[in-house]
Design a protein around this ligand. Structure first.
Ligand code: TRP
Length: 470
């Protein structure tokens, strides 16, 4: 077998995996869904989901990958060799890999916005702030060439890092960017705590109020997205992990870092928004919060904002980049392990094919009417198509929205369901206890096994049912 890459150290794995986990999901999506779901209760339920379902599935993925020392598809094949449903698992793995490509396809568009926001802030910081026109963001989103250029830049950066390999590319980039990211976020959080709105923020985050059933399900779905679970990214990253390192400790650290970043992002964003109530108008969408309200507030209302604003968008860019590399790595690792391509070939082909999708998504923000209104069921409201449109897509339109909805509400939860099932029912006890370094008679071992076999699959089943009922 060809020499496989390895993380240089256990902190290398933790940082790379935390890099994958910490992303636009934490900075862009979590503060928004927490806001609309009423704060404290949602946060509490989210934390329970991370602990009871997220961490166990993270453990499951890393276990599958590390014990096989192979990326997603060959790892699943390896564990089911000679069994009845081997083909099924290989197929599921291929769908997972494809899902990785699709996520990258649309994620790169928003990731690209961090570049333009950074550039915009640099201009404002150096030559003075000018309030943008009220429809500036709409025009920006509908500017086709600009959207293509930004997402291309981001995709290129992603491909360049992945091409350099697991140790020299991904790990090195994560070691550089993750500490910077934490430092920036902590600095911003300290500044945020000095604002008048800080008190209200903590009140909001800690007050337990009513929560809807839909909110519970949303919390669980987001736990998947934010920990990069459900499509094999952590199987692939885990396959580069050395056998002697503690898998459970790593999984716990990754989840902890990810959760801290999500909560700190709320502290930063909410403190600013609570301090300046006029900004609350911009909270119609996560887009509004991060890319419209924040830059304006930095310049109009916060001391030192001219310095903090560009730094803030470096943070967003770093967070997004360490996530996009994990999505591309899943596809590249598949081509290298399974199709025996060289890393360079694999990166070039995968990145190019995925960029075609990215281009479509970039133009679906207003530039191309056909892509902006795209609906696979032609927007039907009646008949079979109407039903499919509603149940599968919640009547979403636009290539970007359709893909995001399909991935978050269907592909990742189904993928997660299959993975817990796999790790709970198909891996044998000896392998599990070896990988987890836990005695089979220990309470921790039995608890984890119970969660993987029953609790996690049942909870995910509820998400699938609930999200698509309401
Ligand atoms: N976890 C990342 C975020 O929160 C997104 C992400 C990276 C992801 N890799 C993934 C999501 C794999 C699902 C699957 O932004």
């Amino acid at each position: 077998m060809a020499q496989r890459g390895n993380w240089g150290s256990s902190i290398g794995f933790v940082l790379a995996a935390a890099g994958s986990a910490v992303g636009l999901g934490n900075l862009w999506k979590f503060p928004y869904i927490t806001w609309v779901n009423g704060g404290g209760s949602f946060v509490l339920i989210y934390l329970i989901c991370i602990g009871l379902v997220g961490i166990p599935i993270l453990v499951a993925e890393v276990t599958i990958g590390r014990s096989a020392q192979l990326s997603t598809v060959p790892a699943l094949a390896f564990h089911t060799r000679g069994r009845r449903f081997s083909r099924f698992w290989t197929g599921a793995g291929v769908i997972g890999v494809a899902t990785g490509g699709v996520i990258l396809g649309y994620y790169a568009v928003i990731a690209g916005w961090s570049i333009s926001s950074f550039a915009q802030c640099m201009v404002w910081s150096t030559s003075g702030y000018q309030a943008p026109a009220s429809d500036a963001f709409g025009q920006f989103a509908a500017n086709g060439p600009l959207q293509l250029g930004l997402s291309l830049l981001f995709s290129l950066a992603t491909a360049l890092i992945v091409e350099r390999g697991v140790h020299g590319g991904i790990e090195r980039a994560s070691r550089l960017m993750m500490p910077a990211l934490f430092a920036i976020l902590l600095t911003l959080a300290v500044v945020a705590c000095t604002l008048d709105g800080a008190g209200k923020t903590f009140q909001f985050l800690f007050t337990i109020g009513p929560i809807t059933w839909h909110g519970v399900l949303e919390a669980l779905g987001h736990a998947f997205f934010t920990l990069s679970l459900g499509m094999g990214a952590m199987i692939t990253y885990g396959s580069y992990m050395k056998p002697e390192e503690s898998l459970l400790r790593a999984a716990f650290s990754i989840a902890l870092l990810d959760t801290l970043v999500a909560l700190l992002a709320c502290v930063v964003l909410y403190s600013i928004l609570f301090t300046f109530p006029t900004a609350e108008g911009a909270i119609g969408s996560p887009v509004g919060m991060l890319f419209i309200a924040m830059p304006q507030l930095f310049y109009t209302s916060i001391r030192g904002g001219a310095i903090l604003a560009p730094i803030f968008f470096i943070l967003v860019a770093f967070a997004a980049l360490t996530s996009t590399i994990s999505m591309l790595e899943v596809v590249v690792a598949f081509a290298v392990d399974k199709l025996k391509w060289t890393r360079r070939q694999a990166t070039l082909v995968a990145a190019t094919v995925i960029f075609v999708l990215t281009a479509g998504c970039a133009l679906s923000m207003g530039a191309s009417p056909a892509l902006t209104q795209f609906s696979p069921f032609a927007g039907a409201h009646e008949g079979l198509f109407g039903k499919l449109n509603h149940v599968l897509l919640k009547d979403k339109t636009g290539l970007f929205n359709v893909l995001d909805h399909l991935v978050s509400n269907w592909c990742l939860p189904i993928g997660g369901l299959l993975i817990t099932f796999f790790a709970g029912w198909l891996l044998d006890r000896r392998l599990q206890s070896e990988q987890w370094k836990l005695d089979q008679a220990s309470l921790a071992y039995r608890g984890l096994r119970l969660i993987l076999r029953y609790l996690a699959p049942i909870s995910i089943g509820l998400v699938l049912y609930g999200v698509n009922q309401s």
